[in-house]
Ligand binder design. Structure first.
Ligand SMILES: C[S@@+](CC[C@H](N)C(=O)[O-])C[C@H]1O[C@@H](n2cnc3c(N)ncnc32)[C@H](O)[C@@H]1O
Length: 208
């Protein structure tokens, strides 16, 4: 068991209460940002699209899923390293399928690959939870033509070479940057979050 898994298993029953007290705005900011881009037709994201499937990676107690559910999305699956957090996500009632013990530092399970129209990951590229290369694991589970929205804490972005990593994926054609916002609400009163929106390009016909 990793130290993060143990910490979140222990914290899970009090997580929602504690982060509310610390003004954790990440989930709300991320979903509002996503819907603004959707309304502007910058991302193919809508609850009215048929069979629209979302994966919330490291979903925690389900705060992002609940926000998405309020926007009308009905098929939301979730994964997390911590079983305790997955139990809380189950109580939220926002998810169809939930999977515990899924470590984002490793490729996500094969049967999830290429399955999701939208992959969300909030509050996870922070501290030392995951390495920047975990972005490639989000790409794997997203359908060609699908969208990824994720946050990086400003301190994470400054410490790890997240920009260098996502740019390397853009250069290989695995990812396109659609939009981003830096220094926006995340935790507490500081604007300490960056938000990133990517498109996973559809395979080009005739491409080698
Ligand atoms: C700050 S919480 C964010 C939870 C949720 N996404 C939200 O915004 O409320 C971080 C979550 O990441 C999970 N986590 C930490 N390291 C992880 C890893 N390597 N792989 C998958 N999940 C991880 C924790 O269990 C916890 O649920």
């Amino acid at each position: 068991m990793t130290s993060h898994q143990e910490r979140y298993d222990n914290w899970a029953p009090d997580y929602n209460k504690d982060v509310a007290a610390r003004n954790y705005d990440g989930p709300e900011y991320m979903v509002e940002y996503l819907m603004e881009l959707a309304d502007a037709n910058k991302v193919p994201v809508s609850p009215s699209l048929p069979d629209f499937k979302i994966l919330d990676v490291a979903c925690g107690s389900g705060l992002v899923g609940q926000m998405l559910q309020k926007k009308g999305f009905s098929h939301i699956d979730g994964t997390d390293l911590s079983q305790g957090m997955i139990v809380e996500a189950h109580h939220s009632g926002a998810y169809q399928t939930l999977m515990a013990w899924i470590n984002l530092n490793q490729p996500l399970p094969f049967f999830l690959h290429g399955q999701y129209d939208l992959t969300v990951c909030c509050g996870v590229f922070a501290l030392d939870f995951v390495e920047p290369k975990s972005l490639s694991h989000l790409v794997q589970v997203t359908k060609p033509g699908g969208t990824i929205i994720m946050s990086t804490k400003t301190t994470y972005y400054d410490t790890y070479d997240f920009a260098g990593y996502y740019q390397s994926l853009v250069e290989t054609g695995a990812l396109e940057l659609v939009d981003y916002r830096m220094n926006k609400p995340y935790l507490g009163t500081e604007a300490d979050g960056h938000y990133w929106v990517f498109n996973v390009p559809a395979a080009q016909e005739g491409a080698a």
